[in-house]
Design a protein around this ligand. Structure first.
Ligand SMILES: [Zn+2]
Length: 487
């Protein structure tokens, strides 16, 4: 992609909304979609004299995210005022963390998951902050003259995750962002809803000759989809290379991605930290987090997606691709699979069923979670159905019909097979009897077969199956028929 010998240097800053019921410094609800300015109070609209009180649950979520990314959680961190003016920021400053953030020094190790590049991705820091409100520029009769502001979002708890500029390819940055979304949802700290703005990504992009000092970077703001992130970085890299090859200089600035025109456009010159006149927030004490509290959160941490995938590969000999299909889009599918294996199902068969018929059924029903399906067909019942195939009681194609009946009725496979008389004839003497009748009825075909015309084998199979009304176990029929004909 890079025409000449430039390399890209990319770092990400990701804002993730924490899944608390109330805001970070007041008791207002964080629910999305309420009428404008209905979830506000003196604290979050910045009335003079109103004092912030830190939401303990928000800190717990932030710590959980920090631990999941391998960061060191600081036992003492400081909230700071980041001063700037904007109409969606009623206080004139945002409460954030600056010099002493909550967590530092994490890493996502090279090749630690199927998507991970062959280099480490270091996490510089994770800090807590409040979100701003939202300007509404459209949808009002006087939108051509006025903008409105909705402060429901003001004071929503966020973490900002900042990576080192370790990425060398746009697709790696996009893959990391995808993993981060999966991770934060899996550990229950973020809802992953990018359309509603719960997860937003900025990218810092520069280019240089390998080994040279870092080039001047541009920051691309508000990349709220994986596609946009990758495209925007690709195009920004190409733009900077073009600028440098023309003998010009890259300007440090903030840019926006125009997804229609497929290019980044300049928004404003990039502000420096000193522009914000950071100083410690006088209305909040230092944030103290005890080692015991960090340990308690660490102990309660669910299994991380990358670890889960490695375990599936190791424990059940699944391919990496299968493990990621079982865990990524619908994690409940992976848990259902594991429950079925725990109930005795063969891992490979269970995997084929879960990724095949069960996924297809969920697609048909528009289900995101296995819950409603597992209510009708608990994983143990699936395991029992698979056991019937394994024993030869029913064929694989019959099992599909049985599964549909299981889902429709909530009955077990055994009950359905018994009620509908679906069990295959697997009894050796019964099948041998049918075979003997068929051979007696077709002496010419038998003579031909024995004379070397073995292509008539299928003819005999068909006759035996017909005599058995389709219920004979085909494997057994084949085996016994061969023996009879070659006797
Ligand atoms: Zn409030």
């Amino acid at each position: 992609m890079l025409g000449s010998d430039f390399e890209a240097v990319i770092g990400l800053e990701i804002h993730a909304q924490l899944l608390t019921a109330s805001k970070i410094f007041c008791g207002c609800s964080t629910a999305f979609g309420a009428g404008p300015n209905t979830h506000i109070c003196p604290v979050c609209i910045g009335l003079p004299g109103a004092l912030p009180v830190l939401n303990r649950a928000a800190v717990d979520y932030a710590i959980r995210a920090a631990l999941a990314l391998g960061c060191t959680v600081q036992e003492r961190s400081i909230f700071a005022r980041k001063n700037y003016f904007y109409p969606d920021l009623p206080k004139g400053y945002q409460i954030s963390q600056y010099e002493l953030p909550l967590a530092t020094g994490g890493v996502v190790a090279a090749k630690s998951d199927y998507w991970a590049p062959n280099y480490d991705i270091r996490i510089t820091r994770i800090h807590m902050e409040e979100d701003a409100g939202k300007l509404l520029h459209e949808g009002f009769p006087d939108s051509d003259r006025r903008s409105y502001v909705d402060l429901n979002r003001a004071g929503t708890p966020l973490i900002e995750i900042v990576t080192e500029p370790d990425f060398r390819h746009a697709r790696h940055a996009a893959a990391f962002f995808g993993y981060l979304r999966e991770l934060l949802v899996a550990i229950g700290v973020n809802d992953g809803n990018m359309e509603e703005g719960s997860l937003r990504c900025d990218a810092n992009v520069s280019v240089r000759k390998p080994g040279a000092p870092l080039g001047t970077k541009a920051e691309i703001k508000n990349l709220n989809s994986f596609r946009f992130l990758e495209d925007a970085i690709e195009h920004e890299i190409a733009r900077q290379v073009e600028v440098l090859e023309a003998g010009e200089r890259v300007v440090q600035e903030t840019r926006l991605w125009d997804s229609g025109a497929k290019r980044t456009v300049s928004m404003r010159s990039k502000e420096e930290a000193h522009d914000y006149r950071y100083f410690p927030e006088p209305d909040l004490p230092p944030l103290l987090v005890s080692a015991a509290r960090i340990d308690a959160i660490r102990v309660a941490m669910p299994e991380l997606p990358a670890v889960w995938r490695r375990r599936l590969v190791d424990a059940h000999q699944l391919t990496t691709a299968d493990a990621s299909m079982l865990t990524q889009v619908r994690p409940s599918l992976g848990r259902y699979f594991e429950d079925a294996v725990r109930a005795g199902a063969d891992a490979k068969t269970a995997k084929n069923w879960v990724l095949g018929l069960i996924s297809a059924t969920m697609n048909d029903l528009g289900l995101d979670e296995t819950g409603p399906l597992a209510e009708k067909v608990p994983a143990a019942n699936l395991a029992a159905l698979l056991a019937l195939i394994d024993k030869g009681t029913i064929s694989g194609s019959m099992a599909k019909d049985v599964f549909e009946t299981m889902y429709a009725s909530g009955q077990t496979a055994d009950a359905i097979v018994a009620a509908e008389g679906l069990a295959q004839i697997d009894d050796e003497s019964q099948i041998a009897g049918l075979i003997a009748d068929v051979l007696v009825a077709h002496p010419d075909a038998v003579a031909q077969y024995r004379g070397g015309k073995t292509s008539t084998f299928g003819f005999f199979v068909g006759k035996v199956m017909k005599a058995a009304a389709g219920k004979a176990n085909p494997r057994r029929v084949n085996e016994l028929l061969k023996r009879a004909l070659e006797a």
